[in-house]
Design a protein around this ligand. Structure first.
Ligand SMILES: C[S@@+](CC[C@H](N)C(=O)[O-])C[C@H]1O[C@@H](n2cnc3c(N)ncnc32)[C@H](O)[C@@H]1O
Ligand code: SF4
Length: 372
């Protein structure tokens, strides 16, 4: 079995963006310190659930860059003391608003190799309208700083935002490419229940239509392609083989451990979820009665369905022989109905199955045909 990935969730942000429903709160250093102590306790118990090697770390959130100084180093030390780490990639998610020279040095000293920056857009009016704390100039400064400090840099771009023009995507693609960014995650805006954005939509805010969104996505894909970025997953693009190794573990269903509130991991066939309630998480750790909110054992069918769902989002698609070996199935027999009903939308040569790039945005409908 190949080395696992490790995910750590940081549930803090300086303020909430209008579209976001990720598990995060806006709390100061006192609560942050209590949380990190709880998190370290959970990490130190981790050896009970996994004793193999791990080679990717990913600290996400929320906004890990808004943590008090020293917190990331403490997390890294606890992980090193607990697991057999052979780190090939160590990513920390940062918001341009909390990523400055000191933070960059701190993260470098903690062993971080890769920064994922929430740029989202380079249009000030758009950034304001979605509730970002930074403007375009601050996002650019953060990108330059991260590259100059020698990190591998990934930039998040959001698509389908109200008021976003093609010029925004043009500026984003040419700027990040010129600066030496080698990875982009491009997310289509999703309206999440209970967010201020959902409220605005209920009150009549008109979002770009599905056709406009599809056009935006195609435009982004083409421009990023022109700059040398290859799409390797529906929402992810990279140059020079700089795929996110950690996320590839999710998408190919390798083992990944997860720590922190709302985190979920998978080891072999076991999947486990932590509570999403911050108070409950901290209290449980402080009282030494940590237990996962839920644990489930994936059936062969569940695992195969998930493997198909994730694999069909990858540009390289699904390798038939590997799938047959992993699940003990005859691929063409097992998926004969799906292969014929999805025929117009897929490329299938008997060895590799993939969705045609022009259907990437409607991939979910096609993927459904392969799920039992
Ligand atoms: C944890 S944040 C990244 C780090 C940092 N918190 C920040 O926002 O700068 C993860 C990313 O998910 C994307 N995201 C979050 N909510 C989204 C939504 N409702 N629709 C589309 N993308 C979303 C954004 O691009 C965001 O940068
Ligand atoms: S997008 Fe990032 S900064 Fe904004 S609320 Fe979500 S996690 Fe926090």
């Amino acid at each position: 079995m190949s080395a696992a990935g490790i995910y750590v969730h940081i549930p803090f942000c300086r303020s909430k963006c209008r579209y976001c429903d990720f598990v995060s709160v806006c709390e100061g250093e006192e609560i942050q310190r209590r949380y990190i102590s709880a998190l370290l306790r959970e990490i130190y118990t981790g050896r009970k659930i996994y004793s193999g090697a791990a080679d990717t770390l990913y600290i996400g959130g929320g906004t890990p860059s808004c943590l008090y100084s020293g917190a990331v180093a403490n997390i890294a030390t606890a992980l090193k003391e607990t697991f057999d780490l052979r780190i090939s990639e160590f990513t920390v998610e940062c918001n341009p608003d909390t990523f400055d020279e000191d933070k960059a040095d701190e993260l470098k000293d903690a062993g971080v190799t890769r920064i994922s920056l929430g740029v989202q857009s380079l249009d000030d009016a758009v950034l304001r309208s979605i509730g970002r704390r930074h403007d375009s100039a601050a996002a650019k400064k953060a990108v330059k700083l991260a590259v100059n400090k020698g990190f591998d840099v990934s930039a998040d771009l959001m698509l389908g935002l109200v008021g976003q023009g093609k010029n925004d995507i043009e500026e984003f693609a040419s700027f990040i490419s010129a600066e030496g960014v080698e990875h982009v995650s491009a997310y289509m805006l999703k309206v999440e229940d209970g967010t201020p954005l959902a409220c605005d939509v209920e009150k009549g805010l008109v979002l770009p239509s599905d056709d406009e969104c599809a056009e935006m996505y195609d435009y982004a894909r083409a421009l990023l392609g022109k700059e040398g970025f290859v799409r390797y997953e529906t929402s992810n693009f990279c140059k020079n083989g700089k795929e996110c190794r950690h996320n590839l573990k999710y998408w190919t269903m390798q083992n990944y451990l997860a720590f922190g509130v709302a985190a979920h991991g998978k080891i072999g066939k076991k999947r486990y979820f932590n509570t999403s309630d911050l108070k409950e998480y901290v209290n449980a750790q402080e009282n030494g009665r940590h237990k996962y909110l839920t644990e489930e054992i994936l059936s062969d069918e569940d695992e195969l369905s998930e493997y198909m769902m994730l694999g069909l989002r990858l540009e390289k698609g699904i390798n038939v022989k590997e799938t047959e070996k992993r699940f003990g199935i005859c691929f063409e027999e097992r998926f004969s109905d799906a292969l014929s009903s999805a025929a117009p939308y897929i490329d299938f040569d008997g060895d590799i199955l993939k969705i045609k790039p022009s259907y990437a945005l409607v991939a979910n409908g096609i993927i459904n045909m392969f799920l039992s």
